[in-house]
Design a protein around this ligand. Structure first.
Ligand code: DAH
Length: 339
């Protein structure tokens, strides 16, 4: 009999379970009403007196071993269940990480900054609420100059001298007032014009202004700089400069890039010509240099200005400028893969 109990002690000590149910079955088998322990206790009265002590000790060992085993296994499985409760199924696929996306205007702006910073241009900024001097007069657009009509201006009602800048050319003026040549700067920013909103134009948009002032800067330097830019930005290496007029540059030109006529889209966006206008430019008018405190007999330079929306619409084939400002998540999410 004692040997049998000892056998059970060994079995109990080595018992392993794979779930809670098995632990419970084990508990009933040993510690339950009709379990082994009670059966052995019932035998106690039939054990000869001289064996009673050893028998009793053996049963007690079996009892405590079984009790400890049950407690240990129960704990282990309940602990595991708790973890499941907290973390769920640890083998399930993880939650997708939602990353944001940059706005296409920012993407294009950053590209332009990168391209010009590679050839030594820094970035400068100016205020969106401007005065007449920086937006018009210093740029060779005195009061009543007819060219002021080219840009429908939002004025701050109480003061006709204060307005929302109509172009980033105002930053040129501020930069030249505060820095002597050599100057190489680009000025990205938001501009405002009192225009009807349509698929093609908006009353708020963005421009990048460029300014290069040094000794002996020529029109050839302007052309090379723009050619470098269009190659980097669009991968196109043919440009043409059409004579144009801006009050702040002389001579002035409009820059077209040869986009090509390979696809139907090329036909549509270039109106069948293959050419696309992308910016205005010219040699800074000596009057402007003078107005900004730079000696035009010593220095010369060029300037250019382009619309960021226009370039973004070209690159991403966006058909309606209003998309940029509506913050429709379905539109914005499409730029996730771009940096
Ligand atoms: N400020 C002009 C505009 O808003 C763009 C421009 C044209 C800027 C020629 C320039 C320039 O610096 O040289 O339409």
């Amino acid at each position: 009999m004692i040997d049998k109990i000892k056998e059970h002690i060994a079995i109990v000590a080595g018992f392993q379970a794979s779930n809670k149910e098995e632990v419970e079955a084990f508990r009933i088998k040993y510690l339950g009403k009709k379990g082994f322990l009670n059966q052995f206790f019932a035998e106690f009265k039939n054990v000869p007196n001289d064996e009673k002590k050893e028998f009793g000790q053996a049963i007690n060992t079996l009892k405590t071993t079984a009790q400890e085993k049950v407690a240990l296994l129960k704990d282990a499985f309940e602990g595991a269940q708790e973890e499941n409760g907290v973390y769920g199924d640890l083998s399930r696929p993880s939650e997708p990480v939602e990353i944001g996306s940059r706005h296409p205007i920012s993407i294009v702006k950053n590209q332009i900054i990168e391209i010009f910073s590679n050839i030594g241009f820094n970035v400068s900024e100016g205020p969106e609420i401007e005065d007449d001097w920086h937006n018009f007069t210093a740029l060779n657009l005195p009061e009543y100059h007819p060219a002021r009509d080219m840009q429908d201006t939002f004025f701050i009602q109480t003061d006709p001298d204060i307005l929302l800048r109509t172009h980033t050319s105002s930053v040129q003026v501020r930069y030249m007032e505060n820095n002597q040549p050599p100057i190489r700067t680009i000025s990205p920013g938001r501009v405002f014009r009192n225009e009807a909103i349509s698929a093609r134009s908006h009353c708020i948009f963005h421009q990048v202004e460029g300014l290069y002032i040094d000794k002996d800067v020529s029109f050839a330097d302007l052309k090379q700089t723009l050619l470098y830019f269009t190659k980097q930005m669009f991968g196109k290496s043919r440009i043409r400069l059409r004579p144009s007029y801006f009050p702040f540059t002389e001579p002035s030109a409009e820059v077209d890039i040869y986009w090509g006529l390979e696809t139907e889209t090329d036909y549509r966006i270039t109106k069948g010509t293959g050419w696309l206008e992308i910016m205005g430019c010219g040699m800074v008018d000596p009057n402007v240099l003078k107005n900004c405190g730079i000696d035009p007999t010593e220095y010369s330079g060029f300037a250019f200005g382009m619309g960021i929306e226009r370039i973004a619409m070209l690159l991403y084939q966006i058909g309606d400028i209003r998309m940029f400002y509506e913050n429709d998540i379905r539109f914005l999410e499409q730029f996730k893969s771009t940096i």
